[in-house]
Design a protein around this ligand. Structure first.
Ligand code: ZN
Length: 417
């Protein structure tokens, strides 16, 4: 039978977190044609109208998770400077496909892939849309735009002036990307680049924003250093990835309140993303901490990350929308729970309230992907991307690890993990 002729399905749960900070107890979600039709207490929904009813009386139904910064092409610890020719195409597709299934099983129903080799991710996106592959909804940037000696140059599109940047954006539009990624500062993993220094001028970044806008696309800027953040904000990009507030020497400095005001005025989104220091990953894996595990004893790179997270909290408190991303990390955690581990880190190590982390996960993620109202929310008209958790993450953030069932477009996926 055609999907459109089927009657709606009902999914009920002990509690539904709507994704906007509110919840309904003993409620159900009516799903038809991949979208949410109605959300209401069970007693108002009847039961004879539905093709199928699935009940999770002990479960917490929440919006699918949104990872606003992934790289399906790269695994944890892999060099970002490797010659892409060395990566055998078929092998690469196999690992991308397994990351897609793994992430979806971990509750991640939407991602933004911000830098990949060739058009591999566009092909994965198409395979998912044709339902040949199980995976999250993908917004992809394809090849990142960088300078000839810049970060991600080994697989990026190289541009050294405004005309070059404009040409690169046009090439990406032809490649079928959903978002344009510009590498506005140096980055970790590319020798010879400085995280604190800008790679592109303001006018070059503006050229990217203008040409992308002509094609209806937004720009994501990779920016660690304050100089590059400032330029990207003023050029009018949509998201600032990493947003680490580093000075020219790479030291993490304080946030710039004037720039934050500008980000608020322009409704730009900061995405918390980047490698998770191994010491922090180890700390998060421990269930009960002893006083010997004092975070004050962390080494330099872990301390630096904690400062970045503290700055992000200050920026959030200044009103800036934040989203969560994981960056190129697949393999650091075997369970594909990278996003949940980060959410846990923000709460347990950086003092973020659970409510703000969940806001970043859902509302911030939707804003970063420019899909507000479509994803990150359980509401009529939104995509039926839903996760059943075993606990309420508003009171224990570790409940994000307890993924029982995942629905993408209303279809139950086969690999919850
Ligand atoms: Zn990245």
């Amino acid at each position: 039978m055609l999907e459109s002729t089927r009657r709606p399905r009902l999914i009920t749960a002990g509690r539904i977190l709507l994704g906007d900070g509110t919840c309904i107890d003993g409620a159900g979600v009516v799903v038809a044609n991949g979208r949410i039709e109605r959300v209401a207490p069970v007693e108002l929904l009847g039961d004879e109208l539905y093709d199928e009813i699935e009940s999770f009386p002990d479960g917490y139904l929440v919006p699918g998770f949104i990872d606003a910064h992934v790289h399906f092409c790269f695994d944890y610890g892999e060099s970002l400077s490797a010659d892409p020719e060395q990566l055998v195409d078929a092998q690469l597709m196999t690992s991308v496909a397994s990351h897609c299934r793994g992430l979806l099983g971990a509750g991640v129903t939407s991602v933004c892939d911000l830098g990949s080799i060739g058009n591999v991710i566009q092909r994965a996106r198409a395979a998912i849309d044709r339902r040949e592959l199980e995976g999250p909804r993908i917004n992809c940037a394809g090849r990142p735009i960088t300078t000839p000696d810049g970060h991600l140059r080994s697989f990026g599109l190289l541009a050294s002036d405004e005309a070059g940047v404009a040409e690169a954006v046009e090439a990406l539009v032809a490649d079928g990307v959903d978002v344009v990624k510009v590498v506005a500062t140096g980055g970790a993993g590319t020798p010879g680049t400085a995280l604190g220094l800008a790679q592109f001028s303001m006018n070059e970044l503006r050229a990217a924003v203008c040409v992308a806008a002509d094609a209806g696309l937004l720009v994501a800027a990779h920016a660690h250093g304050t100089q590059g953040i400032k330029r990207a904000v003023e050029a009018g990009v949509h998201t600032i990835q990493h947003c680490s507030w580093m000075d020219a020497n790479g030291a993490v400095g304080p946030v710039d309140l004037g720039v934050l005001d500008e980000m608020n005025r322009r409704q730009q989104v900061a995405v918390i993303a980047g490698p998770l220091a191994e010491e922090i990953a180890e700390w998060l894996r421990v269930v009960e901490h002893s006083p010997r595990d004092d975070p004050a004893s962390f080494g330099v790179s872990a301390q630096r990350l904690l400062t970045v997270w503290a700055n992000a909290r200050a920026a959030r408190e200044h009103g800036v929308t934040h989203a969560l991303g994981t960056d190129a990390l697949f393999g650091q955690f075997e369970d594909y729970h990278d996003l949940a581990w980060r959410a846990q880190g923000l709460v347990e190590l950086a003092g973020w309230p659970e409510a703000l982390v969940l806001e970043a996960l859902w509302q911030g993620g939707a804003a970063a992907l420019n899909l507000t109202g479509e994803i990150g929310i359980v509401a009529p008209g939104a995509q039926a991307d839903l996760v059943v958790l075993g606990g309420d993450p508003r009171f224990d953030i570790r409940a994000l690890h307890d993924v029982r069932v995942v629905f993408r477009d209303g279809r139950k996926t086969s690999h919850p993990r």
